[in-house]
Write a protein that binds this ligand. Structure first.
Ligand code: G6P
Length: 615
């Protein structure tokens, strides 16, 4: 949560920081701010609202000139989103300035202590406490900024990514991380600081990712010194060449990132299985699985932990692993898992699924499982993310950057990776015949083409959206493999249109939700040919007799549901286990169109953030 951008060099810092913040708005967007050193003094502008509001405000408030600066886009934790609580925060002397992503858990006791020493506070934030703590240490110990930051951070409990500078020594920026990501872009005569590499991609492809508990002192013309915060030992900076390019993080002619990402799914799924699914040879090649085959084969069970959409991908995986590889699977919300003293043994394999690779609860669940000796495997999208590094092994989804807050291509590529793993294990365990295995490979290979087909229903879905856009509630039903898709469809609608929606197993409808059904309730029922079709048709009959409005997601050429439903949306036929990859497409489009028609901010829905780095 929260996006951090900084610059120190010879260019104008303002446009770099503003454009960078816009790219990081997926991390939070309830307020934004910037601090610049203009050659003489510190200039700060901040406001509740988005980066465009900051641009408007800074136009009036500051000279947008200077070669050193830091900027922030916020997702509020401590203190409501307002101008005062926005970052940057300045120390009492007016000399030090900070931006912060994370939470300082012991801020109240630190604040009391500082107040007793005469410090005053304008905001309700933990960040203002931290910058004054740094100032206090700097004074008391008579040390330089870097040292003061280090000493202060050793007194802090919590999580952070910070950037700090002193207006009296603006040729130096100090940054540090624990639990929240931070990257340094290394330019020719300058350095960029950001929560991810997107703000500096057009300037440099050389990046250093700070590890947890590391800090860096970045000095103009002098370079970078990285140290461990705890023991002060020096760390050799590892500069990596970034593989992503600018086009991947731009809208490319689409109105929204979400729509672009929905349409990218055929390519994203192909990229996910490329080099792994070798149909001719009838093999699946995944180094992370191959190298740890023993762990997988000896596992008593697989525990899957994730949050949000990734958790739904985990639920789909439960069906696939149990069905194909005959291994017991438990799917857990990462947050619940870690707080209930779970029983974990060395014979467990834990699979952590995360698009961002930064979700705090998932990360904490991984650490817990590791401490109990389990083998931990990561399925992440963001290369080099904290979860990717914290796990023993893993497989990337290769979906490319996902910027829309509502996850789409991450979901389908996660399912693709998990299907490949399940198939590989099934082959190794002999729980799938060679004919069936080949059939699965063939069908999986055809999914991108079929997703393209499913996307062709866009105009039809738009018309359906027009009819139901004012509905206050919607129900999503599915069975078996398509039950998690119903949950995901409901989540998508909630997230971006703010319409209340619930996903239910179709058969469970009778045990409660049926009471909600009347002529005003739209119900989306996933009723594909191979997923308990007859049973779902009976459920549709039950809805029909209560006058609910039925939108059926059906297999191409369906007759029965067409007769009963008010509308149907067709998807191509595939194996039951692969059907979520297709049935989810119309649900994504339905949510998208409804949200657009309601005038909602599709890419940045209220209160949400793409990367949740607080617990
Ligand atoms: C946030 C996002 C969701 C996402 C969830 C898990 O809530 O808004 O879209 O599914 O986090 O994120 P992860 O990056 O771990 O998949």
């Amino acid at each position: 949560m929260c996006g951090i951008v900084g610059y120190i060099g010879t260019r104008e810092a303002y446009p770099i920081i503003i454009e960078g913040l816009k790219r990081l708005e997926y991390r939070g967007y309830d307020s934004a701010g910037i601090a610049l050193y203009d050659g003489k003094d510190l200039k700060v502008s901040k406001t509740k609202g988005k980066v465009v509001d900051l641009e408007e405000r800074s136009e009036k408030e500051i000279t947008k000139h200077g070669n050193v600066g830091i900027g922030h886009t916020r997702w509020a934790t401590h203190g409501v989103p307002n101008d005062v609580n926005s970052h940057p925060h300045i120390s009492n002397s007016g000399e030090l300035v900070i931006i912060h992503n994370g939470i300082i858990e012991n801020y109240e006791s630190l604040k009391k202590e500082l107040i007793s020493r005469g410090y005053t506070f304008k905001s309700d934030t933990d960040t203002e406490v931290l910058i004054n703590l740094i100032e206090d240490v700097k004074r008391q110990e008579n040390v330089k900024l870097g040292k003061a930051v280090q000493i202060a951070l050793n007194q802090v409990i919590g999580a952070y990514a910070i950037a700090v500078f002193d207006k009296n020594k603006p040729e130096e920026v100090v940054i540090a991380r624990l639990g929240s990501p931070l990257a340094i872009g290394v330019g020719k005569d300058d350095f960029f600081i950001a929560s991810d590499a997107s703000p500096f991609l057009e300037y440099t492809k050389d990046a250093i990712y700070l590890e947890d508990e590391e800090m860096a002192i970045i000095r103009l013309h002098k370079g970078i010194k990285i140290r461990k915060i705890k023991d002060d030992s020096l760390v050799d900076p590892y500069v990596q060449k970034l593989q992503i390019n600018l086009e991947q993080i731009e809208k490319g002619g689409f109105d929204h990132f979400m729509l672009k990402e929905i349409h990218e799914q055929p390519k994203a799924i192909t990229d996910t299985y490329r080099g792994r699914l070798l149909r001719q040879e009838a093999i699946i090649k995944m180094a992370g699985v191959e190298d740890n085959m023993k762990k997988f084969l000896n596992a008593d069970r697989i525990i899957i932990v994730a949050c949000g959409t990734s958790w739904h991908a985990g639920l789909v995986a439960e069906y696939i692993f149990e069905d194909l590889a005959r291994v017991p699977v438990e799917v857990e919300y990462a947050s619940e898992f870690r707080y209930r003293n779970p029983i974990i043994t060395e014979k467990d394999v834990l699979i952590a699924i995360s698009q961002s690779g930064e979700t705090a609860d998932t990360l904490a669940a991984i650490k817990l499982a590791k401490s109990k000796g389990a083998f931990v495997f990561g399925v992440c999208n963001v290369v080099g993310s904290s979860i990717a590094r914290e796990t023993h092994a893993g497989a990337y989804t290769h979906a490319g950057p996902e910027i829309g807050v509502a996850s789409t291509k991450a979901f389908t590529t996660q399912i693709t990776v998990l299907t490949l793993i399940a198939l590989r294990l099934a082959r190794a365990k002999g729980t799938i015949s060679s004919t069936d295995f080949r059939h699965h490979l063939l069908e999986l290979e055809m999914i991108p083409k079929k997703v393209e087909e499913a996307l062709k229903s866009d105009a039809h879905i738009r018309k359906i959206s027009e009819i139901y856009k004012e509905a206050p509630n919607m129900l999503y039903l599915g069975r078996g493999y398509n039950f998690p898709v119903a949950l995901e469809g409901a989540l998508k609608l909630k997230e971006i249109s703010y319409i209340h929606a619930e996903g239910y197993p179709a058969a469970e409808m009778k045990h409660g939700p049926i009471a909600l059904i009347d002529e005003n309730m739209p119900i989306i029922v996933i009723a594909t040919k191979k997923g308990h079709y007859e049973k779902v048709v009976s459920n549709i009959q039950e809805i029909k007799s209560r006058k609910g409005k039925i939108i059926g997601i059906v297999t191409e050429g369906d007759v029965q549901v067409k007769e009963l439903a008010d509308h149907v949306i067709e998807v191509p036929e595939t194996l039951e286990s692969l059907s979520p990859l297709l049935t989810t497409i119309p649900l994504q489009l339905l949510s998208y169109h409804i949200a657009v028609m309601l005038g909602k901010n599709v890419d940045q829905p209220r209160n949400l953030a793409k990367s949740v780095t607080v617990e």
